[in-house]
Design a protein around this ligand. Sequence first.
Ligand SMILES: Cc1cc2nc3c(=O)[nH]c(=O)nc-3n(C[C@H](O)[C@H](O)[C@H](O)COP(=O)(O)OP(=O)(O)OC[C@H]3O[C@@H](n4cnc5c(N)ncnc54)[C@H](O)[C@@H]3O)c2cc1C
Length: 404
Amino acid sequence: MAVDTAAYTEQTEIQRDITEMVRQFVDEQIIPNAEHYDHEDSFPEPIVEQMKELGLFGVTIPEEYGGMGLDLTTYAMIVEELSRGWISISGVVNTHFIGSYLLMKFGTDEQKDHFLPKMATGEIRAAFSLSEPEVGSDVQGIKSTAKKGDDGSWELNGQKMWVTNGLGSGVVFVLIKTDPKAEPPYKGMTCFITEKEPWKEVNEGDFAGLTVPPKIKKMGYKGVESTELVYDGYRCPPERVLGGEGDGVGQGFVQMMDALEVGRVNVAARGVGIAQRALELALRYSQERKTFGKPIAQHQAIQFKLADMATKVEAARLLTRKAARLKDAGERSDLEAGMAKLLASETGKECVEECFRIHGGYGYSKEYEIERLYRDAPLLLIGEGTSEIQRMVIGKKLLQRHAV
Ligand SMILES: Cc1cc2nc3c(=O)[nH]c(=O)nc-3n(C[C@H](O)[C@H](O)[C@H](O)COP(=O)(O)OP(=O)(O)OC[C@H]3O[C@@H](n4cnc5c(N)ncnc54)[C@H](O)[C@@H]3O)c2cc1C
């Protein structure tokens, strides 16, 4: 029997260097400042500017367009580190990453040349919009429509909901119905690349017809804005149909679902990051706080909590990286991405709750970081498909792969 004598390593040298660099950035710039931006619910502009300098908006964009050209696995490692600091920061890059994925996979050469270099530097940031006021999980039920006008442009009308980076973004990848009679409905949907003025509530000139209502007030995930978007007679030129009119019209649903698969790995990485931070905080606090004459970490009940947390973090990390590696290897990863998203987001929530319990009354105080994590973690159970939807995806794929 052959024995593998190579030293065990989880990361390549490049991955190690990058995650160490990001970890240092998180420890020095994000963790000490997150409380301020969370409290004010204000956009962390100085942190985002530094992320631009570090090249973090172009991690997966090919080098020929000015990015780093790294794979999904390395990106997931970076997202884990950022989320360990504050998940809102990973929210600033998440929709941008999905937008660049859509362009790289489906965009025309002109679309890639036009957007990717500016996206790699973070000069323009991207948002991604499926959800509507009446539709989240059941994406085929969207109501927004686009109609082709006599001048060849498309007129977009409808209301979108929960758009992360909805105000600050310069481009929104938006799913719209172009054939309301299509059966099944997904065949009549198209992804439009809609440009807008960053940070402008009422767009004018070429972008007239797109308004951004005031940001939605949220329980957590502060700092990064979530908004509605109102398209009211917005004109989108034909060359801004993702993939071009010939290949792109009617393909939007399939394109967006493909992007959600990588998006799920990304949310899974966020779950691992927040769970890891909860574990770190619990390890520290439990060794400092004393009850009944000894640090609470010396009580077996607390040690069991720490043991369960650490085990779950490690399992979620491994599954997340497996899903990312499968995708990088060009293999199907829909099942694994769903599993990773389900396990890691639930692990994030569970570890945060255990850390909160370990903090006793102080966990309820805004002076402790765990209070913010407690408000941030639930988002991961919802965004990019709820846990129920992940179970539906996993169940369906299992039965497809093991049909009798
Ligand atoms: C902070 C935040 C940021 C977001 N950012 C974005 C974004 O950038 N872009 C974007 O497009 N969307 C975004 N979303 C929207 C998000 O993707 C949706 O909220 C999510 O998909 C759930 O949809 P919903 O809220 O309409 O819930 P619903 O679909 O109404 O579901 C309600 C409940 O019913 C359950 N349910 C639904 N269908 C079934 C079923 N068939 N079987 C069993 N249970 C079911 C769900 O799991 C959930 O528990 C964001 C949401 C939040 C909160």
